[in-house]
Design a protein around this ligand. Structure first.
Ligand SMILES: NC(=O)c1ccc[n+]([C@@H]2O[C@H](COP(=O)([O-])OP(=O)(O)OC[C@H]3O[C@@H](n4cnc5c(N)ncnc54)[C@H](O)[C@@H]3O)[C@@H](O)[C@H]2O)c1
Length: 425
């Protein structure tokens, strides 16, 4: 049965970066949307019209609330069913092992609401097999219905890129899948109403692998340029110039740039979902992933080593030096600090006795690393720092002021022109 018609009742489980953006878009196209999250404070804030996701502005959220078709909830007491439910809950690693407990509890909370003809889609990034082997059985057990025969089930990976204004949820093609032809048809018609283009694949396993392939590709290529940046520096060759030159090739090359390490919810985590499964199922190591983890995990240490070397050239120690970190989040123009390399860099420098300050207009006070004083980016702050480490190239930062007022800048993003007082990674 095609549940996706007219006023579709949609439940989005998890109102984070992925779930909230999806809920907003669904309201925009006319769905009745319930946004469920176990975090009561988050729900209260959403109900009051305050978004914590940069890409979802308060005005957009408030407009959604004003339609009467978006209801943020922390419990399912007043929900008696749905046409489509999307699960967008975290999939972290716990001591290097995939933690699917959030998906399990999300599926359990939905199971009692699944009725004949309903559709459930998993969006959380996870290893192949999760939709069919974990989510399906939990839904079947809790509903007494059979996946495929009684309700539809599919997987559609999210490609949201926080801070990216060009490639949005709507304009980025969305991969869709179902456990059978009917599920695929319903899942596809649901997303066809939300995004410009859907790309159907033959099974949830392929869709799950697609997402991990994309993120592993990025992770491995970042590791490649990171490792090369370290060698190029030791060889006295400008890696950034080589990257710019290579990027002029219109085929067979994709631009990736070095940085202080990878952060966020995806790159430090997702490839390990795949390597964990390869090891568990096949008893083999996914060497590319392990090597990339190794290189990227050590970039914060390398940044500190380069800073120590720069101070050493001036006959100075880190102890007691005032060091200003520019950017704390994991990437430009976002306030997401999950797995951000700034944390390890701050800890290493604090252990060496640095007087640490940091500036990041996207970050709440409480999210600054321990022992780091939050400051505004001013000429005085720049001039007073013995060294500035540019970790994130937020648009809000005035690059020319940084160059003009700083005594020394270690630029880990290739953001500033290299010069007398600016050294690139
Ligand atoms: N953030 C991104 O850019 C991005 C991009 C693509 C894919 N993803 C994937 O999407 C998934 C969600 O990521 P996110 O960034 O939105 O995470 P998030 O942490 O921003 O949001 C997840 C939300 O789910 C809630 N939650 C946890 N367990 C729950 C449960 N049982 N029931 C209801 N709510 C629950 C949390 O309280 C949180 O608000 C992850 O698998 C992630 O890898 C994220």
């Amino acid at each position: 049965m095609m549940a996706v018609m007219g006023k579709t009742r949609l439940v989005v489980v998890g109102q984070g970066y992925v779930g909230l953006a999806l809920a907003m878009r669904a309201v925009e196209v006319g769905f009745d949307v319930v946004g469920f999250d176990v975090d009561g404070d988050r729900i209260k804030s959403l109900a009051a019209g305050h978004s914590f996701v940069e890409d979802v502005g308060d005005d957009l959220l408030q407009a959604a609330l004003a339609t009467g078709r978006y209801r943020p909830i922390a419990g399912f007491d007043e929900v008696d069913g749905f046409d489509v439910a999307v699960i967008a809950v975290p999939t972290p690693l716990r001591e290097g092992v995939p933690d699917l407990s959030y998906i399990e509890s999300a599926a359990r909370s939905l199971a009692g609401l699944v009725g004949p003809g309903a559709t459930v889609v998993l969006e959380s990034t996870t290893f192949p097999g999760t939709t069919e082997e974990l989510v399906g059985p939990i839904l079947e057990q809790g509903s007494g219905l059979a996946a495929g025969a009684d309700f539809h089930l599919g997987y559609s990976p999210e490609r949201i890129d926080p801070g990216n204004r060009t490639n949005t949820l709507v304009t980025t093609p969305k991969v869709v899948s179902g456990i059978d032809a009917a599920s695929l048809a319903v899942v596809r018609s649901f997303y066809d109403r939300l995004v410009e283009e859907t790309v159907a694949v033959s099974s949830p396993r392929v869709a799950e692998l697609t997402k991990l392939l994309e993120n592993t590709f990025r992770h491995v290529n970042i590791a490649l340029v990171n490792e090369l940046a370290m060698f190029a520096n030791d060889l006295g060759i400008d890696m950034w110039e080589a990257i710019d030159a290579a990027s002029t090739k219109p085929f067979g090359y994709l631009r990736f740039t070095p940085g202080p390490g990878v952060g966020g919810h995806c790159l430090p985590v997702d490839p390990s979902y795949l390597s964990w499964q390869v090891r568990r199922r096949l008893g083999q190591s996914f060497r590319f992933v392990e090597l990339a983890n190794d290189v990227n995990d050590h970039m914060p240490d390398y940044v500190v080593r380069r800073l120590v070397a720069a101070l050493n050239r001036r006959g100075e120690a880190v102890l007691g030096r005032r060091i200003l970190l520019l950017g704390v989040s994991f990437k430009r123009n976002v306030g997401d600090c999950r797995e951000a390399p700034s944390r390890r860099i701050a800890r290493l420098l604090a252990d060496m006795g640095a007087d640490l300050r940091a500036c990041d207009p996207h970050i709440e006070m409480g999210d600054f690393p321990a022992g780091v004083a939050p400051v505004e980016l001013t000429a005085d702050e720049l001039a007073a720092a013995d060294a500035v480490v540019a970790l994130v190239d937020h648009d809000a930062f005035d690059a020319s002021a940084v160059v003009r007022h700083s005594r020394y800048v270690l630029d880990t993003r290739g953001w500033l022109p290299a010069g007398e007082n600016v050294e690139r990674l």
